[in-house]
Ligand binder design. Structure first.
Ligand code: DGJ
Length: 743
């Protein structure tokens, strides 16, 4: 790993065993240009010959009579607007001296082992200085007296670059930034497809792949959270790229608030990609000496298709985003009471569920919404984090201790960012609530948003949560967030700082996470936002697992988890078995299919286990045992997607151990295809030379056969007992294949 610098031409080449990223300072304009991002290539002493200085009449240029140095077609690394580049700019600063014009020129660079220090924002963590190298390019506008730094972090083992930008006002008058993206890059082709994860409540992160066309395509969120609608991740794929072959670039933001991801194809077939805080409603005032840091963006390259990209993301997230103590830990199998009881419970009901859970082999009992204030429905009591003594006469303290005495851990639900209208906080501290006196506040799940941009609010909520957590035996917290932000007007910000609200809000969320995880290091946090409305790298930095979706129907979950796996590791996905008919779609699926689907995640249940038949209870006990046998493989193995539920009625994926001796394959179908054609499922990642036994199969097979010829779902291939039920006609069937190397 290293950063090569061609001092004469000011060219910078960040290179490790897998990837090269090259940028340069343009000799005329003194601004930064994109040269290359992709597979590792040899370093050269000069990249001058790569400069795309083409004679293009009718373009504007900084040089008189010149048509070869136009901003209109140069590939720029962090473009401004106003000097002849008519594409989307990556930033905009409004000053009294030059309105939106600026001219950031190269000043100097810094290069060092390790990374810069970051405060208050989630970022790529490194264990030791040897794991990364940093390049910082300093740019300066001497007229505006604004310094910009563009940060590049090269990680030792990954085909990835981490980027962000900082702005510092060193003039003696304030300037206002109205757009500050985290990165921008110009790629030398337009022949890409754009892939992104789209959705809505209950159908998050469905995969969409569309061809890039001339002009702008973008996704984003203006809801105050990263959102159910789009995830802060996009990929650009070569047209021929598949799951397992071809080039693909992934771009994601380590951020949980409003974001914009944009791809623009220009008239010379250059593709500009950028990502950052959504400019809608955003502005930031920089006074003398103040600095603004954008969120970090993670740029990952793969030449092994989408699956290769996902594997790279999974490793980086596990090793560089999630807290180290969760890297190799064993996550508790949990039972959550939400879909079992909703708001209707008391201490006895909870203890009965917890005690049954203990008998069935669960590790953790989670008490969801409804334990506080007068909360018997979703209209009341948010922010009153004191027990509802009518339901729980011994409070959370008493209940949690009783649960722990049963031999099972206790977890608790909170929705820290919200307030109900009937609470003291709402009525006595109206300035703590987001909104403007002149406009009615939009309703969302009968609740309003607390102004987390105000430090006093964050501190107050911390004190309230601390009291209850100090007083009880809580080892897990589910942090929920159930509405989008509207009327984003903070009473604690002056009028010129209102544009800072959304970003300050999310910084407040991070602050509270930091305070809580520091004060209660033994507590495992699971983030949640009305299901999977805030599944992002920002929150995974604090909470190593996220509730993937409120939709727990097995077939819907396959799609959601399949899409989520594009970037997020299996171990980060909260996934549960729930009751049938399913509460979200009314569908019946077998306990087996619900279990088979849920084990590719953190695994838990959210149904009333006390009403299960004896037979079902035995099945649940066996299911938990099965999961625990394979937990390490599922959570730490290499993940391969095999069949996409977005391409047809079948879905399949697998995990394989690092030494290629054990694998677990998931296969399911939705609607039964009548008189279905024969199919063979080709596996991935096995050792071609090793011989494997598939539990239930009649013969053993070499890895090369399983990967090239595949597995046949027929009676001749499998023992009748194993395959019979699966082959009987019917919708929503699943199989798990347990594969072991024969020594
Ligand atoms: C939304 C979450 O996604 C659910 O799991 C549950 O916690 C409810 N909120 C409780 O209000």
């Amino acid at each position: 790993m290293g950063i090569f610098i061609n001092e004469n031409n000011l060219e910078f080449h960040l290179q490790n065993d897998k990837v090269s990223y090259i940028l340069k300072v343009d000799s005329f304009t003194r601004e930064l240009q994109s040269v290359y991002f992709g597979n590792r290539i040899h370093h050269r002493d000069s990249y001058e010959d790569l400069s795309e200085k083409t004679e293009r009449p009718s373009t504007t240029s900084p040089i008189k009579g010149d048509h070869r140095n136009s901003m209109e077609f140069l590939r720029r690394e962090y473009p401004d607007f106003g000097h002849g580049d008519f594409r989307t700019s990556s930033y905009e600063i409004v000053s009294s001296k030059a309105h939106t014009l600026s001219g950031m020129k190269y000043e100097k660079y810094e290069c060092f082992k390790g990374r810069d220090r970051v405060f208050g924002m989630p970022h790529v963590r490194i264990g030791s200085e040897e794991e990364a190298e940093t390049l910082i390019i300093h740019l300066y506008d001497s007229f505006l007296q604004i310094r910009m730094k563009i940060f590049y972090l090269l990680l030792e083992d990954y085909s990835a670059i981490v980027r962000k930008v900082s702005f510092e006002n060193i003039s003696n008058e304030p300037v206002k930034a109205s757009k500050l993206m985290s990165f921008s890059i110009d790629l030398p082709s337009a022949s890409y497809d754009l892939m992104f994860l789209k959705g809505a409540w209950s159908r998050e992160r469905h995969v969409e792949r569309v061809p890039l066309h001339k002009g702008i395509q973008s996704i984003g969120s203006t809801r105050g959270s990263s959102s159910h609608t789009f995830n802060p991740f996009v990929a650009l794929l070569d047209k021929k790229t598949t799951e397992h072959q071809g080039e693909v670039y992934g771009f994601s933001l380590i951020y949980s608030g409003n974001f914009l991801a944009l791809a623009e194809v220009d008239n010379f077939d250059i593709t500009r990609v950028m990502m950052g805080i959504h400019p809608q409603g955003f502005s930031w005032v920089l006074k003398e000496g103040e600095v603004f840091y954008t969120p970090e963006a993670l740029l990952v390259y793969s030449n092994e298709g989408l699956n290769g990209l996902s594997q790279e993301y999974h490793k980086i997230i596990e090793r560089h985003i999630i807290l180290e103590k969760y890297r190799n830990d064993v996550r508790p199998v949990l039972i959550n009471n939400w879909e079992a009881t909703y708001f209707n419970f008391d201490e006895d009901t909870m203890l009965t569920i917890a005690s049954e859970a203990r008998n069935l082999g669960f590790d953790l009992f989670v008490l969801d919404d409804g334990w506080f204030g007068k909360r018997n429905d979703d209209k009341t009591s948010l922010s009153e984090w004191t027990p509802n003594y009518d339901k729980l006469p011994n409070g959370i303290s008493g209940l949690s201790k009783k649960v722990v005495d049963l031999g099972i851990q206790f977890g608790l639900w909170f929705e820290p960012e919200m307030v109900s209208e009937d609470t003291r906080l709402y009525n006595e501290n109206p300035d703590f609530v987001l909104g403007h006196f002149n406009y009615p506040k939009s309703h969302g799940r009968n609740q309003f948003v607390l102004d987390f941009s105000n430090e006093a609010v964050v501190n107050e909520i911390f004190e309230r949560m601390k009291r209850i957590l100090n007083d009880s035996s809580v080892s897990y917290v589910k942090w929920d967030m159930n509405r989008s932000i509207t009327e984003a007007y903070s009473q604690s910000l002056s009028k010129e700082h209102q544009g800072e609200f959304y970003h300050r809000y999310i910084l407040g969320v991070y602050k509270l996470y930091e305070m809580l995880t520091n004060a209660f290091p033994h507590i495992l946090f699971e983030s949640c936002a009305g299901g999977g409305g805030r599944f992002d790298l920002g929150l995974l930095y604090y909470a190593p697992q996220t509730w993937t979706s409120d939709d727990t129907d097995a077939w819907e979950r396959v799609k959601i988890q399949y899409g989520t796996s594009m970037i997020y590791p299996i171990k980060s996905m909260g996934s549960h078995v729930s009751a049938v008919p399913n509460h979200q779609v009314g569908r019946n699926t077998s306990l087996k299919m619900r279990h088979d689907t849920a084990i590719f995640g953190t695994y838990g249940y959210e149904l009333d286990i006390t009403t299960l038949s004896d037979e079902e209870k035995i099945e649940v006990r066996n299911n938990i045992e099965f999961f625990k046998t394979y937990q390490n493989l599922i959570h730490h193995g290499k993940f391969y997607r095999l069949l996409s539920p977005f391409d047809g009625e079948a879905a399949s994926y697998m995990v394989i151990s690092e030494c290629q001796s054990k694998a677990l394959v998931y296969y399911s179908h939705g609607l039964q295809v009548p008189n279905a054609p024969l199919s063979n499922l080709k596996l991935r990642g096995l050792d071609p030379a090793k011989k494997y036994h598939i539990h239930g199969a009649k013969s053993s097979h070499h890895g090369d056969e399983l990967m090239n010829l595949g597995v046949l779902f027929t009676e001749s291939y499998f023992e009748k007992d194993f395959i019979d039920n699966f082959l009987k006609p019917g919708d929503f069937k699943s199989l798990i294949l347990e594969i072991t190397e024969i020594k």
